[in-house]
Design a protein around this ligand. Structure first.
Ligand SMILES: [Mg+2]
Length: 212
């Protein structure tokens, strides 16, 4: 019996535009200004520094680390709020959350840092009982089976009472299944098929409660 629906955030509720702008435009632009470089040159350097760290390390997700590393005085809030108008939820999100929240408790399980979650879910916070950040709350870079176990404990739920939905096959589908949760793989590109694959959240709602 499912009691909780856990949703990934980036690529599931919100597209990548905001995150891309913050990291690939905002950060390089500030670095360009500070160093007196052209934007493209600054971007090349900044991205090469990102790649030296890589997404397997916590620093990758840590905006303060990058501001410090590049010697930038701006606060995290300034950089994030400069682009907050570019947060773009997928079109069916509002309706899907409305329907799911009638029957289930909803949570978010994301690997984004807390400050990104706070901004990207602006307007949707009331739908969620809790939001979990793998990197900020659990100091984990990937959503491992252990992380899903920790989420279940935090909810005081048994794994089989939680269904997770997300757009990364390993971290949003295989991982929760390994932890004993139910899971749906959200494949917005429509490349996979199967009984637990959905193309958008409307399809997920149909599959879960037949009420879309
Ligand atoms: Mg995602």
């Amino acid at each position: 019996m499912i009691r909780f629906i856990s949703l990934d955030m980036d690529g599931t509720l919100v597209n990548s535009r905001f995150v891309d702008l913050v990291w690939m435009e905002g950060m390089p632009r500030m670095y360009a200004e500070r160093q007196g470089l052209g934007f493209e040159e600054a971007k090349e350097y900044v991205v090469s520094e990102y790649m030296k760290i890589g997404s397997d390390r916590l620093e990758w997700y840590d905006m303060q680390y990058w501001l410090d590393r590049f010697g930038l005085k701006a606060s995290k809030g300034e950089l994030l709020s400069a682009y907050e108008d570019h947060v773009e939820p997928y079109p069916e999100v509002q309706e899907a959350l409305e329907l799911l929240s009638e029957r289930f408790e909803l949570v978010v399980t994301s690997n984004a840092a807390r400050e990104f979650i706070d901004i990207e879910l602006e307007g949707f916070h009331d739908y969620f009982r809790e939001t979990f950040s793998a990197t900020s709350d659990f100091r984990e870079v990937k959503k491992s089976p252990l992380l899903y176990g920790a989420v279940c404990r935090a909810l005081d739920a048994r794994p089989f009472e939680v269904l997770h939905i997300g757009d990364h096959y390993d971290y949003d589908y295989e991982s929760p299944l390994q932890a004993g949760l139910d899971a749906l793989f959200l494949d917005r590109a429509g490349k996979r098929s199967g009984s637990e694959v959905v193309g958008d959240l409307r399809e997920a709602v149909e599959l879960i409660c037949g009420c879309a």
